[in-house]
Design a protein around this ligand. Structure first.
Ligand SMILES: Cc1cc2nc3c(=O)[nH]c(=O)nc-3n(C[C@H](O)[C@H](O)[C@H](O)COP(=O)(O)OP(=O)(O)OC[C@H]3O[C@@H](n4cnc5c(N)ncnc54)[C@H](O)[C@@H]3O)c2cc1C
Length: 245
């Protein structure tokens, strides 16, 4: 059966870190104009031997970008490792937008976002949208990585702490003295060593009444849910998106 997914083309591939690249696609098709921040698309690329299999990726740019779709992609296997070699102009098919993660997020006054690694992408999309609409919501973002070198969009996130009611907490499992990274000119960007645990969550004053969103690998989600439960948060009320196993 022919694939009816709208076709666009690769505009650029932007290196974020050694492991992560952003793929920018121009998709002049109306179906993506009504997308919500946090939704995803499945993408296929045309290569010499035909169309690739579809792979799901969150659209990391805000809906206001219109026909430009940005996907921020970490190397995992064959498809994702080939992204840096996608040539500008290559035909791409995008099906979607799909998913309901973060669907009603703007209706909550107090929001806690917890991301593991590239699980930041839906939150980048939401925060970029919040910046566009000058949202007033109070937001805490806990972003868990091994080291700060695994993170990206750091200047942009820091800038957002000035534009939004946002605190960003970098939780770095392999950095012993993460707190030394603190920059007094950016009081709402802080650094914690180790894994995200109950004491860190309580230190930042998370309360059971906030709306919780979690995106990261399965094992990380299980441990974070247990820590949240220890803070009185009902794990069943935490909205979750899992990218794979
Ligand atoms: C809704 C959704 C949104 C997503 N959004 C993003 C995003 O924004 N950014 C992003 O980077 N990723 C995202 N992902 C994940 C992304 O889709 C996958 O990483 C990608 O499709 C993997 O394709 P691949 O061919 O590169 O890797 P694959 O070849 O599929 O392998 C992926 C990993 O799994 C391992 N693996 C494969 N098969 C097995 C097996 N049988 N047993 C054990 N391990 C195995 C591989 O070694 C590799 O580490 C999302 C996934 C979903 C479901």
């Amino acid at each position: 059966m022919p694939d009816a997914a709208p076709e666009g083309k690769v505009l650029a591939v932007i290196k974020e870190t050694d492991q992560t690249n952003s793929l920018v696609v121009d998709l002049p098709n109306r179906s993506f104009l009504e997308r919500k921040p946090g939704q995803y698309a499945t993408i296929r690329i045309k290569r010499a031997d035909g169309w690739s299999e579809p792979h799901p990726f969150t659209i990391s740019c805000p809906p206001a970008e219109g026909s430009l779709l940005r996907f921020t992609i970490k190397k995992a296997g064959g498809f994702t490792s080939a992204v840096p070699d996608f040539p500008p102009g290559a035909p791409v098919r995008c099906a979607g937008p799909f998913g309901a993660f973060c669907k009603d997020i703007e209706t909550h006054n107090e929001i806690v976002m917890i991301a593991g690694g590239v699980g930041i992408t839906p939150f980048l999309s939401v925060l970029r949208h919040f910046r566009d609409i000058k949202a007033q919501n109070r937001i805490q973002l806990f972003w868990c990585n091994k080291t700060l070198g695994d993170a990206f969009s750091l200047n942009e996130l820091a800038g957002m702490t000035r534009e939004l009611s946002l605190r960003v907490v970098h939780v770095l499992s392999r950095e012993k003295n993460a707190a030394n990274r603190h920059d007094p000119s950016l009081p709402a960007v802080t650094y914690e060593s180790g894994r995200l645990a109950r004491n860190t969550l309580l230190k930042y004053g998370v309360t059971p009444g906030a709306a919780y969103y979690l995106c990261g690998p399965g094992a990380m989600q299980d441990t974070v849910l247990a820590e949240l439960a220890g803070c009185g948060v009902d794990p069943g009320k935490v909205e979750r998106e899992k990218f794979g196993r």
